[in-house]
Design a protein. Structure first.
Length: 140
């Protein structure tokens, strides 16, 4: 597994629910933001993925809520890839308040879709290795 990549996000008021908590769906947005930030830092843009004929797909997402996030809170969102072989990979993410308080954990299963065949590619790790300019961000 790779060392976690991290981005900081500030919770905006319009992202909260009637109780003042970060809305449940926004946790997925924050997780996705961290994933795309990692890809960008690794030199992989959407255009490069499309040019290679692939696109990332989410297959499963589990969120474990630890502590509430409120408007104005700063939260660090990590992203680490876990490669166990085959067509899928795991993305393990933690959301931690700036004071160190764990807020949530996101465990996702993803793959790379062959955009012509409309099927998962056999070895997504190899395609990420081919496209990245910073293999360490993926734990290679």
């Amino acid at each position: 597994m790779s060392q976690p990549f991290s981005v900081r996000v500030t919770v905006r008021g319009y992202e909260t629910d009637v109780q003042g908590h970060l809305n449940q769906a926004v946790y997925i947005n924050y997780a996705e933001h961290a994933r795309w930030s990692l890809l960008q830092a690794a030199g992989i843009s959407q255009a490069r993925l499309i040019g290679r004929g692939v696109g990332p797909v989410a297959l499963e997402t589990t969120i474990r809520y630890k502590r509430e996030l409120l408007a104005g809170d700063e939260v660090d969102v990590t992203c680490a890839f876990d490669w166990s072989g085959g067509k899928v990979f795991r993305i393990l993410q933690k959301m931690t308040k700036a004071d160190g308080t764990p807020a949530a954990e996101v465990d996702a299963v993803g793959g790379l879709l062959d955009l012509k065949a409309r099927k998962l590619v056999a070895d997504p790790r190899e395609i990420f290795k081919e496209l990245t300019t910073d293999p360490g961000l993926f734990g290679f």
